[in-house]
Design a protein around this ligand. Sequence first.
Ligand code: CTP
Ligand code: MG
Length: 235
Amino acid sequence: MYLLIPAAGSGRRMDSEWLRQGTAQRNKLLLNLLGKPLLAWTLLAAEASSHISWIGIIGQPIDWDDFTTIVTQLSFTKPIHLIEGGSTRQESVYNGLQALPPDAKHVLIHDGARCLATPELFDRCAQAVLTCAGLIAAIPVKDTIKVVDQEKLIKSTPDRSQLWAAQTPQGFSVPLLKKCHQEGRRQGWEVTDDAALFEQCHLPVLIVEGEETNLKVTTPVDLAIAEFILTQRLN
Ligand code: CTP
Ligand code: MG
């Protein structure tokens, strides 16, 4: 199974963490998490998944030396490819899709920032994508969600029993996802995950049970929670 890891962001919402570490703003995936760069934990889970056999890391060239050092230090056995990212996640994934070998039929896409996804979740998604065109890992929403207007007035309260929080991995048929990305570029759709492109093209996307601990490290609080969860796992 092919795996693309979008890792070309800058981590703007992680700002204060960089200030605390006394460093200029860099990719948040290079932040230290229990003695390793955050991205190393994501890669270790992909390495441990029995289904993943090819990994493409989509990053900005300024980070490639650091990514190469991470891969070398972790002694990976799986082939790892560096792919140049774009200015949005959507563009980054588009570039990743172009870099897949021509024989790639299915692909998993997993955000570098979700460093707590387990190898079992990768395996579950990798198996399921063989029998459907598109899927995402997701979990039921715990909070009551409000739709709010510009004036911060509540417009509606969607029925929570129908709400799921999207995660990655997300898995797709490669030709279909490529078509959806092409259509998205043509129509100027701006999306924050790949399933949204599938949805816009009226293609079915299946939910696979995700993991509550599979958080996307976005703010300094997330980093602290990730550190806590990893510490628990390692003890
Ligand atoms: N990503 C990417 N290319 C971009 C932007 C984001 O590959 N141009 C990746 C990030 O590296 C991350 C994933 O997409 O692994 C999810 O994005 P997000 O959590 O928003 O990360 P950042 O964009 O780096 O953070 P922020 O939005 O706070 O700047
Ligand atoms: Mg972002």
